[in-house]
Ligand binder design. Sequence first.
Ligand code: SF4
Length: 280
Amino acid sequence: MRVDVEHPQNANLPKRVSYSQMSLYQQCGLKFFFSYIHNWQEPPTSALVGGNITHLVAEELYKLAPNERTLDNAMEILRLEGPKFLARPENREFDTDFIMKQNVREAVENLFTIESPPEIVVLPEHLEMKLRVEINGVEFTGTVDRFTQDGIKRVSDYKTGKSPGRFLDGKLIQTYLYALAFKTQFEIDVDEVELIFLNSKESFRRPAEVGFLEDAGTQLAKMHEDSKQDLLDVAWDAKISKLCDYCAFQKVCPAKTVDAPKPGSSSSDAILAGAGLLRK
Ligand code: SF4
């Protein structure tokens, strides 16, 4: 459903495009509009907070020397870093979320079932690597969880939450995009991409075939062109899906709420502010 909106003065697209922006736009253009043109911030969720803590623990664990990467040390990192992360004002409400905390503990334990951390060949500077490079005319930005070289050059990304099931191919696009960025920014040909699903104890490795990388780059360019057109049209596509159930903008979305005000209008903004949403 094409939805006419109101843009703020001097509205523009973000200077750099990340995978999560691309993925959000593909999921629903109107949601992208609320998030990146009007800069509304969706409130943190238990899953997001748990995922962030898990990533933090994995990063700190792999900074240790191989023989120090034990489950005890991982749990010690969790004991130190978890409370610090939950003490941030935006995360405080999750401090008593014991299900989330249990999920994080399990995810950290599962890392030692999925792989053998002491045997992973990784340099500290190859953790949380920042990517900033132009791909197909688009300024791309991203952060790679881990780049390893053990005879095979591999880009890996940790995931928390459910098993990907039939959505695996879609989720791999992120890693193909990172492999393409590696090639363009560092002139490194990545051999393999990997997704590690910590809660469902699964990992998937796929060859970084040129065709997949190019397809990911094409999707990025298309997203950029289409969003430029939406900006000119002052209209964005609302795409109804199961994910609407988790969308913070339902009450101001004409595709979901019959009497919703025009997205971007002062009435729409007032409803979002009243629901406790903040601007980035
Ligand atoms: S409720 Fe659904 S259609 Fe509406 S903005 Fe959110 S994701 Fe898009």
